[in-house]
Unconditional design. Structure first.
Length: 365
């Protein structure tokens, strides 16, 4: 068991969205949908925003029953740690981009620094379901310490779709469950049994994780003191990850978000079907330059499960317009949007899986 001097705050994931899949889905097709559901399309520019106004915050009830306003605004030193952490993930050579914006309406990732609210982040694309005046990431303790730097990297791991590593079904961890509940139920976390179960004890399904081994050095791994793990035997004295992005973490990030091809997207012509030619998990971009200003539809075809995103190039940067994830439903992904003559748009498609003939295509009209 950890001593009081060793106790630390831990990240806790917010409740995740529950996917709705068509009846009868099973096997590798369902697994592909679950695994890729919360990952971003590669090449996405994730815009992040720091709450910075005196009115940005929450009203909470204090121990004596009164209400108090708690700010979400963090100092520049705190923000700089987060900026550096985004850059650390980008420096792995991944295809995602990160850009800071000063308008929360433009941000997919909105970051607050509310003390005593814990550190947490919505997992991957779950952030898109959160209102623009709400946080999708919170840092609840100082980030300028070594553990704070680890926390900043950890939460961004969640932002790009990485779950907690100790919940991997391949870890083979057997917990002393009551010891875990006592440990996390005590200060500074003071978690309920439900929160402890969801963030520590619950094992992820194999369809929710990439790879087949447990990475005890992962940035997504908690530190555990002695007395919480019964098996594997070598971890009875605890798990002490280094607090940095591990080799396997970097491999995960590059697998899902490989460096983008320098050649750029292929040009789509209206009313012309183009074969996708993708394998499961692969992605392709297609350039659309409308010949007139009107509503257009972009859609995939074939027996396949895809996610389709439409972006407009603004100052050389893709800005989100609309998206559709068919999530195993009978119809194909399709997006309808008002496009302007002569502007550049990119249709981005990722294939979860194909079935039947395996032939898939994209077209716009």
């Amino acid at each position: 068991m950890t001593t009081d001097s060793e106790r630390r705050d831990y990240c806790s994931l917010p409740p995740q969205s529950t996917p709705v899949h068509a009846a009868g889905l099973a096997g590798t097709r369902l697994e592909a949908l679950i695994l890729g559901r919360l990952k971003w399309l590669n090449g996405t520019v994730l815009h992040y925003y720091f709450f910075d106004r005196e009115t940005d915050g929450s009203t909470v009830t204090t121990a004596d029953g009164t209400s108090a306003f708690v700010s979400w605004v963090g100092g520049k030193d705190q923000q700089d740690v987060v900026r550096d952490s985004f850059q650390a993930w980008k420096d792995l050579g991944i295809g995602l981009e990160f850009a800071e914006v000063d308008d929360r309406a433009e941000a997919e990732v909105r970051i607050g620094f509310m003390k005593d609210d814990g550190s947490w982040a919505y997992l991957g694309r779950d952030a898109l379901s959160i209102g623009t005046d709400e946080r999708t990431v919170n840092y609840g303790w100082p980030l300028t310490t070594p553990y704070g730097h680890t926390t900043a990297l950890h939460e961004i791991g969640h932002v790009i779709g990485m779950p907690h590593e100790h919940q991997s079904p391949f870890a083979g961890i057997v917990w002393d469950e009551e010891a875990v509940y006592r440990d996390f139920g005590a200060p500074p976390n003071s978690w309920s049994r439900e929160k402890t179960f969801n963030n520590v004890i619950r094992k992820l399904d194999q369809s929710e994780v990439t790879g087949s081994i447990w990475d005890a050095s992962s940035i997504m791994e908690y530190t555990f003191g002695p007395g919480l793990i019964l098996e594997p035997e070598q971890y009875r004295r605890g798990v002490f990850p280094p607090g940095t992005i591990s080799v396997l973490d970097a491999g995960f990030a590059r697998q899902w978000y490989p460096p983008l091809e320098p050649a750029g997207p292929s040009l789509l012509s209206p009313f012309t079907s183009v074969p996708l030619g993708l394998s499961s998990g692969e992605q392709a971009d297609y350039l659309i330059v409308p010949e007139g200003t009107r509503d257009y539809t972009v859609a995939t075809f074939g027996q396949s499960d895809t996610v389709l995103g439409l972006f407009e190039e603004i100052d050389g940067e893709p800005r989100y317009v609309a998206a559709d994830d068919d999530s195993g439903r009978p119809h194909n992904s399709s997006v309808t949007a008002h496009l302007v003559k002569g502007r550049r748009y990119v249709a981005r498609v990722r294939l979860y899986s194909a079935r039947g003939s395996g032939q898939t295509a994209i077209m716009y009209w």
